[in-house]
Design a protein around this ligand. Structure first.
Ligand SMILES: Nc1nc2c(ncn2[C@@H]2O[C@H](COP(=O)(O)OP(=O)(O)O)[C@@H](O)[C@H]2O)c(=O)[nH]1
Ligand SMILES: [Mg+2]
Length: 503
């Protein structure tokens, strides 16, 4: 631990003990030099943060959006399962003393600015709600948002048979493209475990929520018994695994059709109760960071999702107590990248000249491509390219440009090159290239591959080759995962890298 010449002070001037500092978990990924820089920054004052991120996960049509809206005391009329373009859906302010929730009217797009408490007594917490699209094709980008700082609500329709077969699933090892509902649940829970595990293994917490309780045929106690039995089956899948410690004890049976369902109040109380146990509850941030962050938030609110490093430097000069040192500015960006506030790759040539202020923007650009069912030009000269894209995952540069042109408000088209670079860096797509005969250099081509769109099952011969039954076969690359679970993002990354390098 670094020693400090001066005491660290809260923003109201009272000194703070080092032992009192709650460092962001993600700082485990920063090097010791960064840690010293961070402590130096704290000398200029610290503020505490009490923020809760609620993630609604589960299958398509389970009732995620309705549950989120009920928590925010919003109407559910007209809610129907659609492709989730925007994952962020709202924000609430909670008075910690009496647990009253108030929906903050927030016309902004994207994640709200993290609010901070300057005084010693905190009274308010801020909750942001994130609703995830249940369709598989969007899962490629979810890992960008998953973090140990969130509370996950796994939403299930109690009327849905756990053995029902879901179509349109990703290709599994046997070339199967469907899965049962219980397999989908297993998928979500293991995705959380894979992408969001923090330093404390019992976090993040997952709350089980059942919807459509009103539609269950049974009455009285029998209805509760059957509903809880549904969750028992889910818990059985994870019995004896580390995940069992992440699933919260209480489960919630909701009737979203009833605006006065008292169980929603209990769910709200449980959320606060769980949030208070989180390692990042009340973590301290350097006050100088907050000032800069507030400025960046104003810019983001004006609709700017991406900014240049030059622009950022000019903003830094304008704040009252600027981050003077370039190294400290880099730490600010790297730390916020780790925490998921911004996307910034300090090591990547060219890309390191840009900061994505709104991670959702890059995901929206990707989703806009994939979800462009209504793409107007698809019956014109671009028809062949479109069909090729949807069926084989091959994406021509000019096709993407044409699709992105359709959303003027989001400014995708003007940023085509930079979006491509970020999508590539995040391993969501891969650029095709030709490798020279000596293997020493490669020339990039003007098209990309989107691995999550690949639909073709492996050929029979390849499947059989897995048995190594004395036949000649191509090399088989085999990974064994600890939890018997192959995270699709890892699969997609490998495919993306291979396609980019060898096709
Ligand atoms: N009867 C009943 N319908 C519900 C309930 N929750 C959601 N729904 C309906 O189920 C459908 C899917 O809900 P939605 O929240 O869009 O699911 P999502 O895809 O998981 O976000 C909608 O038509 C809702 O009106 C519930 O508790 N009871
Ligand atoms: Mg929804």
């Amino acid at each position: 631990m670094a020693t400090l010449a001066e005491p660290i002070r809260k923003i109201d001037g009272t000194p703070i003990e080092i032992g009192e500092l709650v460092m962001p978990d993600e700082f485990g990924n920063l090097d010791p030099g960064d840690m010293q820089l961070y402590l130096d920054m704290m000398k200029h004052g610290v503020v505490s943060s009490y923020n809760i991120r609620l993630m609604f996960v589960g299958l398509y049509g389970a009732g995620k959006t309705c549950t989120a809206r009920r928590i925010m005391r919003k109407d559910i009329a007209g809610t129907s399962s659609t492709d989730g373009i925007d994952v962020y859906i709202g924000k609430c302010k909670v008075d910690i003393r009496n647990q009253t929730w108030e929906t903050v009217d927030d016309p902004r797009k994207g994640e709200p600015f993290l609010e901070y408490n300057a005084g010693t007594q905190h009274k308010e917490a801020f909750v942001s709600l994130w609703d995830f699209a249940g369709q598989f094709v969007y899962y490629a980008t979810h890992q960008l948002f998953f973090s140990p700082r969130s509370i996950y609500l796994l939403v299930l329709n109690l009327e849905d048979d756990l053995d029902r077969s879901l179509e349109e699933w990703y290709l599994d090892l046997k070339g199967k493209t469907s899965i049962e509902v219980k397999g989908g649940v297993d998928f979500w829970l293991k995705s959380i475990f894979t992408y969001a595990r923090g330093i404390v293994p019992t976090f993040p917490k997952i709350i089980l929520v059942g919807t459509h309780f009103d539609q269950m045929q049974e009455s009285g106690d029998q209805r509760y018994k059957i509903a809880h039995g549904y969750f028992d089956k889910i818990r059985t899948i994870f019995q004896g695994t580390p995940l069992a410690y992440n699933i919260s004890k209480h489960e919630f049976l909701l009737s979203n059709t009833d605006p006065n369902d008292p169980k929603i109040d209990r769910l709200r109380d449980e959320i606060i109760c769980i949030a208070r146990e989180y390692p990042n509850w009340g973590e301290k941030m350097p006050a100088k960071w907050i000032e800069l962050q507030q400025n960046l938030e104003d810019i983001r609110r004006q609709g700017k999702s991406i900014m240049s490093l030059e622009h950022l430097r000019s903003i830094v000069q304008r704040v009252a107590s600027p981050i003077e040192d370039e190294e400290q500015l880099m730490l600010f960006l790297r730390a916020h990248h780790e925490m998921g506030t911004y996307i910034y790759f300090s090591e990547a040539d060219h890309l390191n000249k840009f900061i994505i202020l709104e991670p959702q923007w890059i995901v929206s650009a990707f989703r806009y491509l994939i979800g462009a069912i209504e793409f107007k030009a698809k019956y014109g000269p671009l028809q062949k390219q479109w069909v090729n894209f949807i069926e084989t995952g091959r994406l021509e540069y000019n096709l993407a440009e044409n699709i992105w042109r359709g959303d003027e408000e989001s400014h995708f088209f003007e940023n085509t090159d930079i979006i491509f670079l970020f999508l590539e860096k995040l391993d969501i797509i891969a650029r095709a290239s030709v490798i020279s005969d000596d293997g020493m250099s490669s020339t990039p081509l003007k098209y990309y591959y989107v691995p999550s769109l690949l639909k073709e099952a492996p050929q029979k011969e390849i499947m059989q080759a897995r048995n190594f039954s004395g036949c000649l076969n191509t090399p088989v690359l085999c990974f064994k995962f600890k939890e018997d679970f192959l995270p699709p993002a890892i699969f997609n990354r490998i495919i993306a890298i291979c396609l980019g390098k060898f096709c």
